[in-house]
Design a protein around this ligand. Structure first.
Ligand code: DGT
Ligand code: MG
Ligand code: MG
Ligand code: MG
Ligand code: MG
Length: 278
């Protein structure tokens, strides 16, 4: 096709290619969910329907994008980690980030009625999500990234649990509850919940305390898959045969997505990490 004289404007586009052979973490976060959660009467401090909707949405995204090795979600956010060798969209950042944000938003809205059957979304306040990509050079940083998000989940959830217990169970005003918690450490908050309300924080739902980890268990689809070996020993993808690459791709598509609400900061969770990320 002949080029029009307008074609030159294309040269103004920027490539924005993500560095090859590095882990890509794409984090999505609900836009203005402070207001959104109030508008749709999310339960405090945690609304199980809202969290399960986030998890179901993330599973749909993982189903559609096999390069996602795992994901972690809490509150109104979800982080997706892509395989280090991922070449989706030639690693164009804008294309990746915008596709994740819009695919997630579309599924969230589509699944909404299943989780909030009595509450219709109102066109004047629809859910949307922002997204950013961050690159990490090794599994160490990927692990620390997920630990960071889980530590955030823990700190916020303990605070919110104590705060709403004081307000809803203790009859304090929001202002007084805030004052009561000022300067307290996590031991103080645990003690307050237990001594004044008989609540053992460790018995609160694991999904609330730990967030949700989703992993693509590649070995469940193909136990002999090269994914189960440490890819640091495997040469660069250029050297993999086409058949091998296709076989791995098929195994990823078939693999089960496993949902967990466990500690991801300690070593235990990462012992089997070669099953889903390498
Ligand atoms: P942003 O992200 O800068 O657009 O602004 P927000 O308002 O989304 O702020 P963010 O993401 O820091 O905080 C998440 C908000 O979502 C926070 O106000 C609490 C709310 N939220 C998340 N999950 C739940 C829930 O299960 N129940 C309730 N009641 N609120 C929730
Ligand atoms: Mg924010
Ligand atoms: Mg938000
Ligand atoms: Mg957030
Ligand atoms: Mg197009």
């Amino acid at each position: 096709m002949a080029k029009s004289r307008f074609e030159y404007v294309r040269t103004y586009e920027q490539d924005g290619i993500l560095l090859p052979n590095t882990y890509v973490v794409i984090r999505l976060d609900g836009r203005g969910f402070h207001r959104f959660s109030a508008r749709y009467n999310f339960r405090k401090p945690n609304d199980k329907r809202a969290l399960c909707l986030m998890n179901a949405t993330a599973k749909q995204v993982m189903g559609q994008i096999p390069d996602v090795a795992g994901a972690y979600g809490q509150s109104d956010e979800y982080s997706f980690v892509l395989r280090r060798e991922c070449r989706l969209f030639d690693r164009r950042e804008a294309k990746l980030v915008s596709t994740f944000a819009s695919t997630f938003t579309a599924h969230y809205q589509f699944l909404w009625p299943q989780y909030f059957p009595d509450t219709r979304l109102d066109g004047s306040m629809l859910p949307s999500f922002d997204a950013r990509a961050v690159l990490y050079p090794s599994l160490r940083e990927v692990r620390d990234y997920f630990s960071w998000r889980q530590a955030d989940c823990h700190i916020n959830n303990l605070y919110n649990t104590a705060f709403w217990t004081l307000v809803l169970g203790g009859g304090l005003s929001e202002h007084d509850a805030e004052q009561a918690l000022m300067g307290t450490n996590s031991g103080d908050k645990n003690e307050l919940l237990f001594s004044r309300f008989g609540i053992n924080y460790n018995n609160e739902e694991a999904m609330f305390r730990k967030g949700t980890m989703l992993v693509r268990d590649v070995c469940s689809a193909d136990p002999s898959s090269p994914e189960s070996t440490d890819s640091r020993d495997v040469p660069d993808q250029h050297e993999k045969s086409k058949r091998q690459v296709e076989r791995e791709e098929k195994a990823r598509r078939k693999a089960e997505i496993v949902e967990m609400h466990v500690d991801i900061i300690g070593d235990e969770f990462w012992k089997n990490s070669a099953r889903w990320i390498s």
